[in-house]
Design a binder for this molecule. Sequence first.
Ligand code: HAM
Length: 423
Amino acid sequence: MTKLRAVKGMNDLLPEELGRWRRLESIFRETAERYGFGEIRTPLLEPTELFVRSIGEATDIVEKEMYTFHDKGEKNLTLRPEGTASCARAYLEHTVGAREAITRWYYLGPMFRRERPTRGRYRQFHQAGVEVYGDPGPFIDAEIIDMLVRFLSELGIVDLRVLLNSLGDQETRQNYREALIRYLEPHRGSLSADSQRRLETNPLRILDSKAPEDQAIIEDAPSILEHLSEEDQAHFDGVRRTLDRLGTPYEIEPRLVRGLDYYSRTLFEVQGRGGELGAQNALAGGGRYDGMIEELGGKATPAFGFALGIERLLLAMGEAEDESRPRVMILAANDEARVEAVALARELRDAGFNIETDLRGTSLKSQLRRADRSGAALAFILGDDELARGVVQWKRLEGEGSGESPREGIASVVAELLGQKVG
Ligand code: HAM
């Protein structure tokens, strides 16, 4: 029989990995709530048309990366490739704009894109993101970029670059698009096949090309920043001024365009420089998308947001301590000690410690061997002698040391041995 395996690019997350995930998620929630965001959860499936209309027909996502199927007798449905379009749909559907002037939402969850899987790039991956509706900026743009940078630094990710650009409003982009085509047209023959195709469909994306033959041409391309209108320029200056005041470092990158067509004015991306990331170094990205709500049939509503890739952040963080793993293993020599081990474990769990027991009835030697491999910091050992004398034997599994402590008041001994406060 052929072995059944998970779908390519889609991963199981096992308990030993999820400790770090949950820590990241809970810090994200705390940060978002501190900034006034409320959580939203939207369905994983949406009408295909939602993504076609919001993300844009000429994007890689819509052209080739969506998981779309025909729902028996109904319409085409797509597994969401990102969260922004779903949030905008929900914002409209629940007429949120009629009830509140400013809306701040955050979300966490799986997204689906049929990309070529590699380290840091998956077909089911996880994002955490935020969206703000009703504030035209520029100050909110800076506030949210700064929030993201502070969140990353709380995770210990400080080796990063914040790339900032402005795409201007629709008119600016139209003017720039024409200027870009005028510049690129004479080089058409030297461009990569992909870029030649994009010259017709989505010339701005050529600036994003990784093809070696495109690089020198892109290098000399006109800059969108030279095409900004007065209002666009004032907006961009406002973002920069606020970031400067906050001391949030950023670099202006006029060639930053990103893979979604809905952006206007502020656009940014955070890149990591950690060794484990490799080429997939975009940790997070976002920007302003003032046209989307209207595009989806609502009244013109300014919007700004970002999303980060949880898998990539975990790669950038490296191997941090997994705090959810049991810190103490309780081992027992016989059935009577096993009864006592269950009681002792409950007492220590009530005191806030993560405890695992080994109650199988194997030899103490094999229990100790397993405890050693488990990643726990301490082993407690109970046998006839310990029960009779009202004590517990302990042994450090990280580093050296062993001893005996009275069973009474054992929680404070655990706290002392683990170097932490009783929970
Ligand atoms: P995005 O740049 O497409 O933006 O994705 C945001 C982040 O998700 C990326 O920086 C990356 O960390 C992660 N990511 C994207 N694709 C993959 C993948 N195949 N495997 C692993 N991680 C991935 C958006 O999705 C926009 N919705 C962001 C936004 C929110 N703009 C405004 N509001």
